[in-house]
Write a protein that binds this ligand. Structure first.
Ligand code: SF4
Length: 377
């Protein structure tokens, strides 16, 4: 089944490390954009020549989707329902920044049909949050999780970032303990990536802050995963853990060779062997949709070789790895004959394991994932 991704590019302030497709909230532009999004969704069945494609996930990502009014969210979910054969038990996620909601707002989102909340917490340390330009506090994040529970959400995810400027291993592990104490159903742990001109880089230089050495980053990752194991979470992807049954069904589509449609500015889609991307600018996107134009600016057919390589390197992100016989049958090739020579050294290092038809990364191998996956690209 399809996953539906809806991009909401508005934020209340801009974090100093962020290079996502986003801009400052503007009420008039937001109203215009939501209407364009609704139109793009409703035109999709016609453009895809598939009147009632089945879908079972909706993901509001951003940006800060929780800046939308609950009525906007309800209207967009309704547009998805009218345009697709949406499963009654569809997973409907709203990315949320803790400072944008209170208990009443969360209740309204729940009533609008959202059944999974993903909070961008990033850190439980106020000094770290300030350094990142985040405008919430640790206490607000903890309260927001409690409010989400009170509003009826039984599927709550938290994002944390590790290897922050000036962050020690011990400080990072305090964050992981705080996350476990908040008791989410799912958590994503990402390493901060500093893009070349990130304002955070200048602030680090001014404050004399640096990143901990690479060995510390590896230590942070392995010790965090160990703590999460002991707290009953199951790692199912390089950066993601969940209570059993609470894996992100939407994100699994990206890692399991699935299909998805992205709506909104800068959104990507992969469907029927074709990939396309919408124009990035919010204004340009709205204008194109309003004039009945196509917001997609790049469209390319994926050849079988590219599809095979993507299925391998995204599938290897999962702790379960990939079933070489299934992938081989799907793409009509013997995967190990084609790549085994280049992969065997990683097996010898203990980074990759072959178990029957399955090939998977070990946890230490996850630290070397880029090197392993380079075999496929
Ligand atoms: S809230 Fe998220 S999307 Fe918005 S600026 Fe900060 S990191 Fe970027």
């Amino acid at each position: 089944m399809l996953g539906l991704y809806l991009h909401i590019p508005f934020c209340s302030s801009i974090c100093n490390y962020c290079n996502f497709n986003r801009g400052l909230y503007d009420e008039a532009l937001k109203t215009r954009y939501v209407e364009a999004l609704r139109c793009e969704i409703e035109r999709a069945p016609h453009r895809l020549a598939n009147p009632r494609a089945k879908a079972d996930t909706i993901f509001f990502g951003g940006g800060t989707p929780s800046l939308l009014a609950s009525a906007d969210v309800a209207a967009l979910i309704e547009a998805c329902r009218r345009s697709f054969d949406l499963s009654p038990d569809a997973e409907i996620t709203l990315e949320t920044n803790p400072e944008t909601v209170d208990r009443a707002a969360l209740e309204r989102f729940r009533a609008a049909g959202v059944n999974r909340i993903s909070f961008g917490v990033q850190s439980f340390d106020d000094a770290e949050l300030k350094r990142l330009g985040r405008i919430h506090s640790a206490a607000r994040a903890e309260a927001a999780v409690r409010e989400a529970r009170g509003a009826g959400f039984d599927n709550v995810s938290l994002d944390l970032m590790m290897w922050l400027p000036g962050q020690s291993v011990a400080r990072w592990l305090d964050n992981v303990h705080a996350l476990i104490a908040a008791s989410p159903d799912h958590a994503s742990l990402y390493i901060l990536e500093l893009y070349p001109n990130a304002p955070l880089k200048e602030e680090m230089a001014r404050a004399g802050l640096s990143l901990a050495p690479d060995e510390d980053a590896a230590d942070m990752y392995l010790r965090a995963m160990d703590l999460l194991d002991r707290a009953g979470y199951v790692q199912y992807e390089i950066s993601n853990v969940a209570r059993p049954g609470r894996e992100s069904r939407h994100n699994l589509k990206y890692w399991m060779d699935g299909e998805w449609l992205g709506f909104g500015c800068g959104a990507h889609s992969t469907y029927a062997g074709v990939r396309w991307r919408n124009v990035s600018s919010t204004e340009d996107y709205s204008r194109r949709v309003e004039s009945d134009g196509d917001p997609a600016i790049e469209r390319r057919a994926l050849d079988r070789g590219t599809q095979l390589e993507e299925a391998l390197f995204t599938g290897l992100r999962l702790t379960a790895g990939i079933d070489l016989s299934i992938v081989g049958a799907r793409y009509n090739c013997d995967v190990w004959s084609r790549y085994g020579h280049d992969l065997q050294p990683f097996v010898d290092e203990g980074w990759l394991v072959r178990e029957g038809p399955r090939l998977r990364l070990t946890r230490p191998g996850m630290l070397m994932a880029n090197e392993v996956m380079a075999v496929f690209v």
